[in-house]
Write a protein that binds this ligand. Structure first.
Ligand SMILES: [Zn+2]
Ligand SMILES: [Zn+2]
Length: 427
């Protein structure tokens, strides 16, 4: 049997990781101030690193922390390393160790909400910069920026969305971005060139009310159930492509019901002998970057919520499928993108192997930079690690964390000393 008691005297790098993880930045009440104070204090031990706090809400309650390591040629486009400060909530009673204790078990696992998503990368960026500067042979050509942004897990609208469209961001002249990826259960690191874009869909039906015993056409519930049948067929067809091995999960359109709302409430539940005159259902839909949004909208309005069946629909796009020039939101991972080649080479020379570039199933802040046409790669260097983001007992192994720092040292060194191109234009 494994011995799972806590390691008492961790090395400083691990202790710092634990400290960051112990600050709860979980929604709905993330402690951004403590997280930023911790990171700023740590940064004082890193020579030459400058920091600033940015605020994009009038209440100034959603701070964004930006570090800059100046390069010798600040006229070149800079590189940006991004992570988010916040995390999703955790249900402590379902965890083996309290989710904000950063329990360090004797087999090297650090358990905490945020260990994989994504406090690991934020601190690894800083540790890598510290390591490089202490080596003394490091002289970046380009400016290196490291951003810690709020609110990614709730859409990023008061965080990266506002930052990316700000004057402050424009002044950074960002040429290439690294943002979060996902753990890899295998021996290769995973790498992402696009996200799926989320749409929230609420379908409403109205219809004839009447006695619970009467069979009649055009009731609200009946109208909604007809839509649900059509939607289920579409969902099955998409999922079948995955099951048949024709597409990855992230390459099809996902459509999952997230709420149902209908019925006439009574003190004991619902009135059982009345058919309601209104009914609605909510869905989380995710579109891969190559999907046709107009065709999807037509399908939704004509087939899923047809007006002739007394139905209406509200579609809220939480991300766009096209950049400002009308091109799909994806970053090239071939020789046409010189940043990609430099990145890949740097991972390899640190002893890492990259898997085939993928589309991410979920959605990250990377979309706001890709929207501007800036090449952005999703990458969290975690291999031989189960995928535990948003799950119970999220953990990361000490050895994986430390190896990730070495990978970032190589990547940051290569990207920041890369002389070509003087400016990058996406194809
Ligand atoms: Zn994340
Ligand atoms: Zn997340």
């Amino acid at each position: 049997a494994q011995n799972h008691h806590q390691i008492q005297n961790p090395p400083p790098t691990i202790a710092r990781f634990q400290q960051y993880l112990r600050i709860s930045t979980a929604h709905p009440d993330p402690d951004y101030v403590s997280a930023i104070n911790f990171l700023t204090n740590f940064s004082h031990s890193i020579p030459f690193l400058q920091s600033q706090n940015l605020y994009f809400t009038p209440e100034r309650n959603k701070p964004l922390l930006l570090f800059t390591l100046p390069g010798s040629d600040p006229s070149l486009p800079s590189i940006l390393l991004n992570s988010h400060l916040d995390s999703v909530p955790a249900e402590p009673s379902k965890w083996a160790h309290p989710p904000f204790s950063a329990h360090y078990s004797s087999d090297g696992k650090i358990f905490a909400r945020g260990a994989q998503d994504d406090k690991c990368i934020g601190l690894q960026y800083l540790e890598a910069i510290k390591g490089l500067i202490e080596e003394k042979s490091f002289s970046p050509l380009r400016n290196i920026h490291i951003s810690f942004v709020p609110d990614e897990e709730i859409g990023g609208f008061d965080g990266m969305a506002k930052f990316a469209t700000s004057d402050e961001f424009k002044k950074l002249n960002v040429g290439f971005v690294l943002d979060e990826g996902q753990a890899s259960p295998g021996d290769e690191y995973r790498v992402f060139y696009a996200d799926r874009q989320p749409w929230h869909i609420v379908i409403k039906a109205v219809g004839m009310p009447g006695h619970g015993s009467r069979m009649f056409d055009n009731g609200a519930m009946e109208n909604l159930m007809k839509s649900i049948e059509v939607i289920t067929k579409f969902r099955d067809a998409e999922f079948d492509k995955v099951k048949a091995g024709l597409a990855a999960n992230s390459e099809v359109i996902s459509m999952n019901p997230v709420f149902l709302k209908a019925g006439i409430p009574s003190p004991t539940g619902f009135v059982m002998n009345m058919q309601p005159s209104e009914a609605e259902a909510g869905f989380d839909l995710r579109l891969p970057p190559t999907a046709d949004p107009d065709a999807m909208r037509r399908r939704i309005t004509e087939e899923w919520a047809p007006s002739w069946r007394n139905m209406t629909v509200e579609i809220t796009a939480k991300g766009s499928l096209r950049d400002y020039r009308g091109r799909p939101l994806l970053t090239f991972t071939n020789d046409s993108n010189p940043w990609w080649s430099v990145f890949k080479q740097a991972v390899t020379s640190a002893g890492g192997k990259l898997g085939k570039p993928e589309i991410l199933s979920s959605t990250t802040d990377a979309r706001f930079m890709r929207q501007l046409g800036i090449p952005t790669i999703g990458f969290s260097p975690m291999k031989n690690t189960p995928i535990l983001l948003h799950d119970h007992n999220e953990f990361l192994k000490d050895s994986v964390y430390l190896e990730g720092i070495k990978v970032y040292e190589s990547v940051i060194k290569s990207l920041s000393s890369f002389t070509e191109p003087s400016s990058y234009h996406a194809q």
